[in-house]
Design a protein around this ligand. Structure first.
Ligand code: MG
Length: 165
């Protein structure tokens, strides 16, 4: 089969004293996402979707959070490396869709800017990359503003003229 899909999920705690970085974009907010890297759980979910589709495992295998090289790193650098590994395995990315679940801040005004960052990083046009933001209706840890969760699904295919991986 020339087409494959992958699913990614990630959740990070919202804590004081951290920058809030999501989809590669720094967003003004009183809290930020905890994490070994910049905590960008949208990019982490996207990476897991891509690696999963390619049969390459998961983000923890490629970029372990025990590795000091990744401390405080921009997740966009991890994404660039993940995209490179997917391409080296002989695939190209067809499209990617994602959902961010956050009670606050309101994220919809920032989605166009996230797409301007992530589109080129993934080699995808505007209508090939989906980012949707929603609240958790006040329910659970996300609804209480203690965490942000993200889902992503990626479709990839064997590169035209390339070998099947
Ligand atoms: Mg993560």
């Amino acid at each position: 089969m020339d087409h494959k899909v992958g699913l990614g999920y990630d959740i990070h705690r919202l804590v004081h004293g951290r920058r809030f970085v999501l989809g590669g974009l720094e967003i003004p907010f009183s809290k930020g996402l905890a994490g070994h890297s910049d905590g960008d759980c949208l990019v982490h979910a996207i990476i897991d979707a891509l690696l999963g589709a390619s049969g390459l495992g998961d983000i923890g295998r490629h970029f372990p959070d025990t590795d000091p090289r990744y401390k405080g790193i921009s997740s966009l650098r991890l994404l660039a490396e993940a995209v490179d590994r997917v391409k080296r395995k002989g695939f190209e990315i067809c499209n990617l869709d994602s959902i961010v679940v956050a009670e606050r801040p309101r994220l919809s005004p920032y989605i166009p800017k996230m797409k301007k960052i992530l589109g080129p990083a993934l080699g995808l046009g505007d209508d090939e990359l989906g980012i949707k933001a929603k609240t958790n209706e006040g329910l659970g840890s996300i609804g209480e503003g203690r965490a942000v969760a993200c889902w992503a699904v990626a479709a990839i295919r064997v590169k035209r003229g390339g070998k099947k991986a």
